[in-house]
Design a protein around this ligand. Structure first.
Ligand code: ASP
Length: 340
C-alpha cells in the first residue's frame, strides 16, 4: 500500500457549471471522489488536504506557494509521493517556484489537473489523476523514480520548471520544448531514465522566502522610451527582459543607456527570449553584444515562468543583488542549459 498525499488547490478538475451564469466555479474535493469511485479500490492510502478556499489558478499567489511548500515539508517523511491538483492556467509558475523552494527532493511532487471538469463525460481528469498517482508512487529498489517537481498532463510527464501552458483548447495543454519529456504513459509508463533528476545523497531543504519585486519588459519594434523607462524605474529588484530570437534587442544608444543606468543603479536585467524553443546566446549577433558589455544577465533557455519565479526565490533568499545575478545564471534544479 502506497501512502500518497494529495494537495487540492482547485482548478477545472473539480469545477462545476454555475446553473445561472454557465461559468465554471471551483467545487470541493468530494466531487472528485464521487466521480472517481475507483480511488477507494486502489492500492493507495490517500490523504487529502484541500485549500480553503479552493481557487481558479489565476488567483494563485506567493502565500499559497509557501503554504504548499510547508505542507510538503511537514509531511515529507510520512508519504511516498505528493500530487498537487491545480488549475492548468498558472500550473507552470507553481511547479517552477516549488522546484526552487523544495531543494534536494528525493520524492515525487506531481502537479496535475484537467481541461474538462471531472464530472463531464469526456473529461481528461480521471486519466490525469490516476497516472499522477501511479507516478507519485513509482519506485525502483525502494527508491522513488521521480525525485523532482513535475507536471503530468495528457499522458506526458514534464519537468515542472521546463514547461509552460501552450494550449487552452486541447487536452495536450503543456509542452517543454527545451527539455525532453520525463516519462510517457501508454500501456506502460516509460521513464526517460537519462533525463531524470537524481538527488540521492542530498539533504532535503524547504525554503520559505519569496520576494516578488520582479518586473517584466517585453520588447517589440516601436516600443517607446517612456514605456521602457516606466518598467526600469519601477520599484523592483530584477527585470525579466523578453527579447527577440537568440536574445537580441535594438541597438539604439538611448535604449542601451537606459539599461546601463538601471544596472548601475543596482537592478538586475535578465535576458530571455520570446521564442519558446532555443536559447539566448549573448554576443552571437551584434544586436546582443552590447547587452553583455553593460552587464545584462543571460537567461539561456529558461521559460518565462521559471525566470520570474527563480528571481522571486533568489531575492527571497539573498539580499545582495550580485548574488542574485550570479545564481540566476546557474542551473539550480535543472531549469536551464548553458551554452557558453
Ligand atoms: N482556469 C482554470 C484554472 O487554471 C483552468 C484549468 O484548470 O485548466 O484554474
Amino acid at each position: 500500500m502506497y501512502n500518497i498525499f494529495i494537495i487540492y488547490t482547485g482548478g477545472t478538475i473539480g469545477m462545476v457549471k454555475d446553473p445561472e451564469t454557465g461559468t465554471f466555479i471551483p467545487f470541493d474535493f468530494k466531487l472528485i471522489e464521487k466521480n472517481l469511485p475507483d480511488l477507494s479500490r486502489l492500492n493507495y492510502k490517500l490523504t487529502v488536504h484541500s485549500f480553503e478556499p479552493i481557487i481558479d489558478s489565476s488567483n494563485m499567489r506567493p502565500s499559497i506557494w509557501l503554504e504548499m511548500a510547508k505542507i510538503i515539508r511537514d509531511n515529507y517523511s510520512l508519504y511516498d509521493g505528493f500530487v498537487i491538483l491545480h488549475g492548468s492556467d498558472t500550473m507552470a509558475y507553481s511547479a517552477s517556484i516549488l522546484s526552487f523552494l523544495l531543494e534536494g527532493l528525493q520524492k515525487p511532487v506531481i502537479f496535475s489537473g484537467s481541461q474538462l471538469p471531472i464530472g463531464e463525460i469526456r473529461t481528461d481528469a480521471r486519466e490525469n489523476l490516476m497516472t499522477a498517482l501511479e507516478i507519485a508512487s513509482a519506485k525502483r529498489d525502494g527508491v522513488s523514480i521521480i525525485q523532482e517537481v513535475c507536471i503530468l498532463f495528457d499522458n506526458k510527464l514534464f519537468r515542472g520548471n521546463r514547461s509552460f501552458k501552450y494550449n487552452s483548447d486541447k487536452f495536450e495543454a503543456f509542452r517543454s520544448p527545451n527539455y525532453p519529456v520525463l516519462a510517457e504513459a501508454g500501456i506502460h509508463i516509460r521513464y526517460n531514465e537519462e533525463v531524470l533528476a537524481n538527488n540521492a545523497g542530498l539533504e532535503f531543504i524547504c525554503h520559505y522566502h519569496i520576494d516578488n519585486r520582479v518586473g517584466v519588459l517585453k520588447l517589440f519594434p516601436g516600443i517607446s522610451e517612456e514605456t521602457i523607462q516606466s518598467v526600469l524605474n519601477s520599484n523592483v529588484r530584477s527585470i525579466v527582459m523578453e527579447t527577440f530570437g537568440s536574445g537580441n534587442t535594438m541597438t539604439d544608444s538611448w535604449f542601451l543607456d537606459l539599461l546601463s543606468e538601471a544596472i548601475k543603479s543596482g537592478k538586475n536585467i535578465l535576458d530571455i527570449s520570446q521564442c519558446k524553443v532555443g536559447s539566448v546566446e549573448l554576443g552571437r549577433y551584434e544586436t546582443s553584444q552590447g547587452l553583455k558589455a553593460i552587464g545584462v544577465l543571460n537567461g539561456y533557455d529558461m521559460t518565462f515562468e521559471t525566470a520570474v519565479t527563480k528571481l522571486m526565490y533568489l531575492q527571497g533568499e539573498l539580499s545582495n543583488q550580485e548574488d542574485v545575478a550570479h545564481w540566476v545564471q546557474q542551473s539550480l534544479r535543472g531549469e536551464l542549459t548553458k551554452n557558453d
